[in-house]
Design a protein around this ligand. Sequence first.
Ligand code: AMP
Ligand code: TRP
Length: 349
Amino acid sequence: MTDAPQTTFEPLVFSGVQPTGNLHLGNYLGAIQRFVAMQDTHPCIYCVVDLHAITATLVQPDLVQQTREVTAAFLAAGIDPKRNIVFNQSRVHEHAELAWVFNCVARLGWLNRMTQFKDKAGKDRENASTGLYAYPNLMAADILVYRATHVPVGEDQKQHLELARDIAQKFNNDFAGRIAELGLGDAFFPLPEPLIQGPATRVMSLRDGTKKMSKSDPSDYSRINLTDDQDTIAQKFRKAKTDPEPLPTEPKGLENRPEADNLVGIYAALSGDTREAILGQYGGGQFSTFKQALTDLAVTKLAPINAEMKRLLADPGHIDAVLKDGGERASAIAAPVMDAVKDVVGFLR
Ligand code: AMP
Ligand code: TRP
């Protein structure tokens, strides 16, 4: 290796949410609530990843409205767009530009291992878009074009983040000589760290405790949407699948009881209480009692977010201005990084 000084990277958080409709409790607890918490300790960039939104379904019903909805959810949940950067991905062309370079860094063998592609492509793999296949490379570019160091996400993104680290590492290794020659230190990209934390990193469907809560589940009863009103939330929790046993008094008793475990996990993430404390209170009792308490808690937490989203969406001009301002500030960071990538790769500019 060279004796170039060891590069240290300033801590920076990056994460993204796709504007593909039906934002749900899993998105909120696994991602957005965590995004809000991170802004107290780190500078953060939160992105509405519209380029990702067309990978599974090319023609979206209303990408503009869907983009505004995710932005409204970010702001309503408490993300401060002045202190942080909030923008939509397609405004900052460096994401797509770096993704192309990463298409040439990542190996076919790496992408072939991605389980989400297999799930999303389903049986008709020949008919999946090449964008869906290469999507993890774009995701790596999203993070690394800011040289972000920490990425809060739900469990389902873990494998994609491992790939992002592999891409960063291979770029650093393959171009080590050039990076040192240009005086860019001993590593150009940080290896971004996944932050998969809290009691709700994988919120499950309310109809089937072995399936992830997802935007695309055909049954609306499988999920709590951030736009659901109080009555709908109550009805969905009341109908949520459970088993016939009462709640256990200790977390160990939740093993092999995925539906019960999921509801207790949701309660824990909404309240900030531990599973122990919750089961201490509700263990041994009927599910119906616990479900009523869960409903009350969810409504208390979600109703203000719901109301604020509505208020924000009534003024799209404000949302669009937030995204434009965020896009400009994001570009100011991404542009010099992309210029340096061009120098490292050896493009004439
Ligand atoms: P997506 O809707 O796929 O763009 O996901 C946005 C964020 O929400 C990502 O960080 C996901 O990991 C997270 N997420 C999505 N579904 C769930 C779930 N069921 N439980 C926890 N986190 C989730
Ligand atoms: N792939 C993520 C999802 O579907 C969204 C995403 C795109 C993302 N780019 C990202 C998350 C960068 C974190 C960092 O949920």
